[in-house]
Design a protein around this ligand. Sequence first.
Ligand SMILES: [Zn+2]
Length: 379
Amino acid sequence: MTGRPPELSGRDEALLVQGLRHGPRSRGNLADLTGWSRNTVAAKLANLIHEGWIQEAQEARGDRGRPKVLYRINPKAALVLVARFDADVIGCALCTLDGRIAISEERRMQGDLTAEQTVAELDNMLGRMTETSGVPRVLVRTIVIAVPGPVSGMTRTVPWSRVGVLPADLGARFGMNVVIENDANLMALGMRMEFDPCVSLLFILVQTGIGAGLALPGGLHRGLAGWAGEIGHIPVAAAGETPCICGNRGCVAGIAANPALMRQFARPERPISTVEHMERLVQDGDTQAIMALREAGRNLGEAMTGLVTGLAPDVIAVGGRIARLGDHVITGIRESLALRTPPALSSQIRFAACDDHYIRLTRGAAELALDVMVDGRAG
Ligand SMILES: [Zn+2]
C-alpha cells in the first residue's frame, strides 16, 4: 500500500476498472469488452497499474497452453470508512475495496448527538483508526454512512434517529466522497455477493425496527424518498391498534422487532431487557421463546406477502441478532408465504440466514464506494 491516493485519470480508465468489477480478466477479454485494440488496452492498463488501481493477477493457461496474464482491481488501492449509526452505537470500520475490514471501533452514544457532534465524532474515530493501524489518512477516499431508516438525498438521517440531520457539506469537510445509505440496503448488496449478480435479493433486517433492502439486477432499489423496503411499517392483523413511531397504527415492527420480542419473552418473575438475554433463552430451548420467534416470522411473512408476490425475488435473506438463533423466524416467514403466495413462487424462493450482517454491510458499502469512485455516483 502506498501513501499516494489513486485518482482515475479518465473515462476510458474508469470503463476498464468497471470491466474488472466482477473478477479478473485478460487483456484480450478487456479488448473485446471495450471494442478497443489490444495496444490501446495495454497502454491504458499500464497507466492504471502505475496509478495503483490495477494489479496483475495470477497467470491462467491460454487456449494454446500459453500463460495468460490476468488483471484485477487492487483492493488496497484505496480505503473506505464505513460508519453505521445504530440505536445507541456508532460503529466505524476502515475497509479495503473488496470490503475486508482493516480495523474497526465502536462508540456508545451518550444521549442524542447534534450534527456537529456527529461530524466531530466521525473525525475522531477516523483519526484514531488511521493512527492505530498506521494507514495514511490520505488513502481513505470515501465515507459510507449507514443509517437505520429511509435515506432521501445525501444529507439526511432519519427523523427517529438519535443523530441530528447530517450537514450537506459533509464531503467538503472530510475532503472526500460521502455516501449516506440505508443499512439494510448495504446488507442486501453485501449478501448478494454470495450469489450471481443477476439475482434479485430481498434482505430483511430485524433489529430495534424492521427494514428491508432490495438488491435488484440493475442495482439497489431505493424508491420514493428512500422508502422502499420499510416493511416494518406495514400493518398486520395481530398488531391491532398499537401506535408506531411512524405515526400509523398496527405496524408489524410493533410486534415482531426486538423490543416487542423482549416484551413477549418476559415473565413477571423473569424480566428481559437485553437481546443477549433473549438469545440465551432460545439457546436453552425455552419453548415459549421459540414459539414467539416463530410467530414473529409468521407476522413478518404476512407483512411481506404483497412485496414478495409483486417482486418475486430469487432470494430472501434474514439478518439481525435473531437470525443467529436458528431458523425459527425463517420457518415462520416460509409458513406465512406458503399460505399467502402462489405455491409455484413460494416453493422456488431460496432463503438464507445472515448471521454476520455487519460484515455484509461493510462489503456492500465497499461496493457502493467503488461505484462512486468509478462512476461518480452510488449505483
Ligand atoms: Zn409504523
